[in-house]
Design a protein around this ligand. Structure first.
Ligand SMILES: [Ca+2]
Ligand SMILES: [Ca+2]
Length: 427
């Protein structure tokens, strides 16, 4: 502010000096010098220069007051909320997974700070579906093989979440491969595991069964919320796909059998997916600090936000974020500690961030590749771990709307900076 006034002071004195010296002796006829008759006397005309000078002073004073008042007012109000910079990043390779993890998917962090990854191994189901642990240095160890379903001889762990006692909840998506024997056989498992790898002692029980496509799970205030991405038995008059989110009590004594229709009492919300070219519904799920539930509707590329009551019932649910230029499909989602929501844009090989004000940004996108250099190779799920974003590369599905054209080794987890850290560093 003082610099501004100083500049005005300098300007004012210069303007006044030149103005006065030019006008103080002016010819009475007002003609330019070259036309003036030599008979026309010069005289001094003080009135008009002083009037001009007075007006000039008044103008300068007014401008100064306006500038001062504006600056003072500005200092008392918050700065304008300018759009945050969201530079596109080049993902970096975190780890190449062992051959027994060809299709990494859901993630969680255990009590010791390890990254825990579910591996349904759809790309090669001769490899038992398993859960691995990865330490900060990127050392990968098998934790345990997920108990198979007798009907299929397979397990298909996708979304995972820890409960308060270290029990691991697993969406066992038996229907994902589309085999007849796996249809409507999805389970929500609770597994307690002691030891690692060959020595692991695994005790699992089924919380819910008969799910068509259990995909994402979160433990929230003592309840388990699970997305069911397909509910094809529910024939909506529109002909559009129905999908939903269930709320299960982990304390249930016996497995809850669902019908995959809106009649299920545990179904807390259902939606349609409007994109007829991609009929795949609710997928990623996450909760913000205020306890609101966020759901990704995969085919529509939308994020829904739901308010819950204390019993876990959905009070309201609305489309919260949608921006198809920056986010086309919503697979796994997660929050950072600042309530920024990260989304794996599965089909577009990209990562999006939704700010708390619901604006959507794309922060990384990779061309089709094998992922060897850390490229996004069909991102399935993001997670915030040790101050960075980590993303599993599912690398398994191809099709006309998918960037990925081939399942190809290596099998990878890649990593990105959190945008807020970039903001901090750049300031
Ligand atoms: Ca790959
Ligand atoms: Ca690939």
């Amino acid at each position: 502010m003082s610099l501004v006034l100083k500049a005005i002071e300098i300007s004012r004195s210069r303007r006044f000096g030149s103005l006065f010296s030019r006008r103080v002796n002016r010819p009475l006829d007002g003609k330019p010098d070259r036309l003036r008759s030599t008979t026309v006397p010069y005289t001094t005309v003080p009135a008009r220069p002083f009037a001009v000078a007075a007006r000039f002073f008044a103008t300068i004073l007014l401008v100064s007051v306006v500038v001062f008042v504006s600056a003072a007012a500005a200092s008392d109000t918050p700065p304008l909320q300018m759009p945050m910079q969201m530079p596109m990043q080049t993902p970096k390779l975190f780890v190449e997974l062992p051959d027994y993890c060809p299709t990494p998917d859901g993630m969680a962090v255990d009590a010791e700070g390890n990254l825990v990854v579910a591996c349904p191994n759809y790309a090669d189901q001769t490899k038992p579906a398993c859960v691995v642990k990865i330490d900060k240095e990127g050392n990968v160890k098998k934790w345990f093989d997920v108990p198979v379903l007798a009907d299929t001889g397979l397990a298909c762990p996708m979304g995972i979440a820890f409960g308060p006692a270290g029990e691991l909840y697993i969406c066992d998506n038996q229907g994902w491969k589309g085999t007849p024997e796996g249809q409507f056989k999805g389970r929500l498992l609770e597994c307690r595991v002691e030891g690692m790898g060959e020595e692991a002692k695994v005790t699992c029980r089924t919380i819910a069964e008969g799910l068509e496509h259990p995909n994402g799970v979160r433990f929230h205030l003592g309840k388990l919320y699970v997305t069911n991405s397909l509910m094809s038995r529910e024939n909506d008059p529109s002909g559009l796909l129905v999908s939903g989110v269930y709320c299960f009590d982990p304390g249930t004594k016996k497995a809850i059998a669902v019908t995959n229709t809106r009649k299920d009492p545990e179904l807390v919300w259902s939606v349609l997916t409007y994109n007829r070219d991609c009929q795949y519904g609710l997928d990623g799920i996450a909760f913000d600090k205020a306890g609101r539930m966020y759901l990704g509707n995969f085919g529509d590329g939308t994020i829904l936000r739901a308010e819950l009551d204390k019993s876990g019932n959905v009070l309201t649910c609305e489309t919260w974020a949608k921006d198809l230029k920056n986010l086309r499909t919503t697979d796994g989602i997660c929050f950072d500690e600042n309530d920024n929501l990260y989304i794996a844009d599965f089909s577009d090989n990209a990562i999006a961030v939704v700010r708390p004000d619901s604006r959507v940004y794309r922060i990384a996108r990779s061309p089709d590749s094998d992922g060897a250099n850390g490229e996004l190779d069909q991102p399935g799920e993001p997670i915030v771990w040790n101050g960075r974003l980590y993303v599993t590369c599912f690398d398994c599905v191809t099709g006309p709307d998918k960037v990925n054209t081939k399942h190809d080794p290596p099998f990878t987890i890649t990593t990105l900076d959190l945008p807020d850290q970039l903001d901090t560093e750049s300031h």
